[in-house]
Write a protein that binds this ligand. Structure first.
Ligand SMILES: [Zn+2]
Length: 344
């Protein structure tokens, strides 16, 4: 195949993701798709190829980032598209094999090599978290998989106990009915919000209107209605500060959560719930406890995104020197909560 180098270079500069065109960099020995997001090489060091095989044949190694030797444009995209179009059900491997016109074994192997997880795991992740929403917002599939907590850990699913459903929260709670109640507490006005599935919001503010406003801000499109029976959730939150998580078996187990996030966020929020009352962790300790020692910053971000203060005790995470760092509901409140939890 004769390649117009001028045109090819243009495609490289544009990072044309659709082009089935490859370039190798003589100085690094690596070859990429022209759509690869890696740093643009100097033009004089670049050689173009029509297929990955030719680039390999010329002695170049495939880039780890764009994985140019995987036939992404065809089969894998088809498989993904099919999975994503059928998220409401489990799609068996045999069906994917038919779609891809490959053996189930090959589908499994190809997919795992590209995505790092099996097609079935991928489906489960898509279905149980906000991956789909994240993709719509423009994250790449790879980012979305990473954000969903895959990559290194085989424990991607330990978040399951929180029982989340697909991400309708992504659109400001559109179509959701959220009941709420608020009450004054020693830590400020507390507002709780719950869907039919469970507690989805707990915030602390200076005044009752401010507290209730937080709910409206978070779920602007939800149908909100006051529900006095939810005051029991406020009691449960206060009890968790006063008496600790020993109560989980009795009172707290009756508290259903409706938390929605990426698999990774849910893992972090679960890990927070395992920090006993009266104790604190640093972000890096928490990351280590989750088996993700390199994910400290991602852990901190997930803590900051917590929607259920107190009962998902992100206030129990502090800076390395014991400093209080930030708190979505105000550092003063974090301090008060921790002091109250130190008390016997
Ligand atoms: Zn590349």
């Amino acid at each position: 195949m004769v390649i117009d180098a001028e045109l090819a270079w243009e495609k490289l500069v544009r990072r044309d993701a659709d082009a089935e065109l490859f370039y190798a960099v003589i100085t690094t020995g690596v070859f990429c798709r022209v759509g690869c997001a890696s740093r643009r090489p100097k033009r004089e060091n670049v050689r173009f190829f029509g297929t990955a095989m030719e680039a390999r044949g010329a002695g170049f190694r495939p880039c780890n980032r764009c994985k140019p030797d995987i036939a992404r444009g065809s089969v894998l995209d088809k498989i993904r598209a099919h999975i994503e179009a059928n998220l409401d059900r489990a799609v068996p491997l045999a069906e994917l094999a038919l779609v891809a016109k490959l053996s189930p074994f090959t589908v499994q192997r190809l997919f795992k090599r590209e995505a790092g997880v099996s097609p079935l795991q991928y489906q489960r992740a898509l279905r149980t978290n906000r991956l789909r929403a994240s993709l719509k917002q423009g994250d790449s599939v790879t980012d979305a998989i990473y954000n969903a907590g895959f990559g290194s850990s085989s424990r991607a699913y330990e978040a399951a106990p929180l029982g989340m459903t697909p991400a309708r929260f992504a659109t400001g709670g559109k179509g959701e009915r959220i009941g709420y109640a608020s009450a004054p507490t020693p830590f400020g006005w507390m507002v709780v919000g719950a869907t039919e599935r469970g507690l989805c919001w707990l915030a602390l503010s200076a005044t009752k209107p401010e507290a209730e406003e937080t709910l409206r801000d978070e779920f602007p499109k939800a149908e909100l209605r006051r529900d006095a029976s939810l005051a029991k959730l406020i009691d449960a939150a206060l009890a968790s500060v006063r008496e600790g998580s020993d109560l989980r078996e009795s009172r707290l187990s009756a508290t259903a959560f409706d938390l929605r996030g990426t698999v990774f966020q849910l893992r972090v929020w679960n890990a927070l719930r395992r920090i006993p009352r009266g104790q604190t962790r640093t972000y890096s300790q928490l990351a280590r406890e989750m088996g993700e020692p390199n994910a400290t910053r991602a852990v901190a971000r997930a803590c900051a995104m917590n929607r259920v203060a107190v009962l998902v005790p992100c206030h129990r995470v502090v800076g390395v020197s014991g400093s209080l760092t930030g708190y979505r509901w105000g550092v003063e409140r974090k301090k008060k909560l921790l002091v109250a939890e130190q008390a016997r």
